[in-house]
Design a protein around this ligand. Structure first.
Ligand SMILES: [Zn+2]
Length: 61
């Protein structure tokens, strides 16, 4: 999978690949490479836990 203009160094094309060690990206233009986390917590990014602002404050009687 290619990601255009994804390189932080040269704005070149990043190639998303994976090997036995996991996923990584490498730049086709300058050779920049970086490992990617094994598991992407997509849900954590898309839907962060809502702060508990709606919880009513109850006093013990
Ligand atoms: Zn690059």
């Amino acid at each position: 999978m290619l990601k255009l203009k994804g390189c932080p160094k040269c704005q070149g094309t990043l190639n998303l690949a994976s090997d036995m060690y996991g996923r990584y990206i490498s730049c086709l233009q300058c050779g920049f490479s970086r490992d990617l986390p094994d598991v992407l917590p997509r849900t954590a990014v898309a839907a962060p836990a809502a702060p508990d602002v709606q919880a009513p404050m109850r006093k013990a009687a």
